[in-house]
Write a protein that binds this ligand. Structure first.
Ligand SMILES: O=C(O)CCC(=O)C(=O)O
Ligand SMILES: [Fe+2]
Length: 264
């Protein structure tokens, strides 16, 4: 149970017991997976009853999720005018998920308490080799629920943040496959060629990150090219926890406008 009144499987994932052998083993396992694969999946971190309660908490709010289809290159920055539109540096990807901002998530509710859980933040900082991790400070980006309605997808991209933590609430009924290739970011011609093969669908090294409901994922998205294929059926729901070593960090206003359709 921990001290947050939300049942997390701390028997399997003793994030709140630093100094114990089991904690050290878990931390080391996460570090190795992140170094080797750019990702670690803790299946069953939230047991089924907890997942159900979290879905029940956010489902009534999902109508408030901001939906605006976006086209972007894989770097999520302005195009390089020195290169043609079809070059991997500039090629367009489509992202059509909707985003429920922190202002739409019940404050002090179950999900918010998991997000803010000091033991979890300390554990994640330890895994990542950072002195501490804090919630983002702006009103929208700290904790989000991504909503993939029928047909929605996230195009190939590298994240702006060095790492992200997600908790899967409801995988897609069909489609909605999280595909990734670790450690391919680069702006030299060899990296561009490799990125081009991945987004063309001709690369042979694309991996799938399996994330059942209740899985907590730590992901190094800034160097790892990734996407979510189109979802079919019941909406896929995944929560995104954003943390920073800087206690005053806020997502910039331009990015907030893009992701939430407002800045506050
Ligand atoms: O939906 C997901 O699982 C991840 C989406 C993603 O990569 C992102 O929002 O940056
Ligand atoms: Fe991403």
């Amino acid at each position: 149970m921990g001290d947050i009144g939300v049942h997390i499987d701390i028997g399997r994932y003793p994030v709140d017991q630093p100094g114990s052998l089991a904690y050290d083993a878990l931390r080391d396992r996460c570090r190795v997976a992140l170094a080797d694969d750019g990702a670690v999946v803790l299946e069953g971190f939230a047991p089924p009853a907890t997942v159900e309660a979290l879905i029940a908490e956010v489902e009534p709010r999902l109508g408030d999720a901001f939906f605006k289809p976006k086209t972007h290159n894989v770097f999520l920055v302005a195009d390089d005018p020195a290169r043609p539109a079809h070059h991997p540096r500039n090629r367009k990807q489509a992202t059509t998920s909707a985003t429920l901002g922190y202002d739409g998530v019940p404050s002090g509710g179950l999900l918010d308490r998991v997000y803010g859980w000091p033991a979890l933040r300390a554990f994640l900082a330890d895994v990542l080799g950072l002195p501490a991790l804090h919630p983002y400070r702006d009103p929208l980006s700290p904790l989000n629920v991504l909503v993939y309605r029928d047909g929605a997808a996230t195009g190939w991209h590298f994240d702006g943040a060095k790492f992200v933590v997600t908790l899967m609430l409801r995988p897609a009924e069909a489609g909605g496959v999280f595909e990734y290739v670790p450690f391919v970011r680069g702006e030299d011609e060899a990296s561009f060629a490799r990125i081009g093969r991945i987004i063309d669908g001709t690369a042979s090294d694309v991996r799938v990150l399996r994330q059942p409901a209740g899985a907590l994922v730590i992901f190094r998205g800034s160097r790892t090219l990734h996407r979510v294929t189109a979802v079919a059926g019941t909406p896929r729901l995944v929560t995104v926890f954003s943390y920073s070593p800087d206690p005053s960090f806020e997502l910039d206003a331009h990015t907030r406008q893009t992701f939430y359709g407002k800045v506050a």
